[in-house]
Ligand binder design. Structure first.
Ligand code: BDR
Ligand code: CA
Length: 318
């Protein structure tokens, strides 16, 4: 059984990711931690609890963490995720609340309590994870790998060169890259390439089981807001976004990665939040090769979209 913890800013595609992690038979989702990103922390908490209820997982421990990035101001994304961060579907409020402890404390508790090393899957600005790295670095020895959704080895989405999660809290991303544990960057180079065809979206939306129906309705919203995004694989398809990173954590063989030096741009407003990936091989014109501020991580450069969309659908519908 794979021990997993998700850090989320729920968020439409975070909701899809929660559904997969809850429902996959080989995953023990130990905890979910919340952070400001797509929506305010308060809204992210509400959304996360609602989604877990609808997934039939109302007993998974949830804690609230950082309400803003380490240094910058928060910049939410209502234009993508709706005013409530969850496509304004009017989902019922959850009857439960978060645990009375900070996300960093829940991360520490669950990592230490895990019988085997944990796969940590941040799907949001990495403020909580950076705080964990700084406050409790000793717990990282029980982390198998960090598979984070964020960054890009090519172009961005929040800006021309920066992906939203690394753009929202670049300092946090830079701290996490230095954590000293194996890291997979599931960035924009693969993010849009795992998608669900229209016929499956219609089928899910009409399901009587609430979790599957929610997935269908969220995918419908994604199709609407990402209509012009040419990186989404397939006409009329809805990409599963963050949920692809959970698929990568479960089934890493579906991902093509390259171990490359990466550094996050922190200064220049034009590039702030960009994950600068050094693709160079040996060459006589290289400058700065071996710069210790660039950390080698596994950068996802290709994905078997059909394999992960099947994994996603099979898991959601059981
Ligand atoms: C990331 O930002 C959010 O819109 C999504 O939830 C995803 O984590 C994509 O840039
Ligand atoms: Ca997210």
């Amino acid at each position: 059984m794979q021990q997993m913890i998700l850090d989320v800013d729920t968020g439409i595609d975070d909701a899809l990711a929660l559904m997969v992690a809850v429902r996959h038979p080989d995953v023990n989702l130990r905890a979910v931690t919340c952070v400001a990103g797509n929506a305010s922390l308060k809204q992210v908490v509400k959304n996360t609890l609602k989604v877990l209820d609808m997934a039939g997982a109302g007993d998974i421990p949830v804690a609230a963490g950082a309400s803003r990035p380490l240094l910058a101001e928060a910049n939410h994304a209502a234009h993508v995720h709706g005013t409530d961060g969850l496509a304004d579907l009017g989902l019922p409020e959850s009857a439960r609340t978060v645990l009375p402890l900070h996300a960093v404390e829940l991360l520490r508790r669950e990592i230490l309590a895990s019988p085997t090393p944990v796969t940590l899957v941040p799907l949001a600005p990495m403020t909580n994870i950076a705080l964990l790295v700084r406050m409790y670095p000793e717990v990282l020895s029980n982390v198998e790998r960090i598979v984070f959704m964020g960054g890009s080895a090519s172009v961005g989405n929040a800006t021309a060169v920066a992906e939203f999660n690394t753009w929202h809290d670049p300092e946090a991303a830079e701290i996490v890259l230095s954590a000293g544990v194996p890291i997979t960057m599931y960035g924009l180079d693969v993010f849009y390439a795992v998608s669900i065809p229209p016929e499956d979206i219609v089928r899910l939306s009409a399901a009587s089981e609430p979790g599957a129906q929610l997935v269908g309705r969220l995918l419908q919203h994604i199709v609407t807001v990402k209509g012009g995004e040419i990186r989404v694989a397939g006409e009329g398809h809805g990409d599963i976004g963050d949920a692809g990173a959970v698929c990568a954590a479960i089934d890493p063989d579906g991902l093509r990665t390259s171990n490359l030096p990466v550094r996050v741009s922190l200064g220049d407003p034009l590039t702030r939040g960009q994950t600068v990936v050094d693709h160079r091989t040996a060459g006589h014109e290289q400058h700065g090769a071996g710069d210790p501020l660039f950390r080698r991580i596994d950068v996802a450069l290709g994905v078997d979209g059909a394999r992960y969309s099947k994994l996603f659908l099979d898991t959601i519908t059981g």
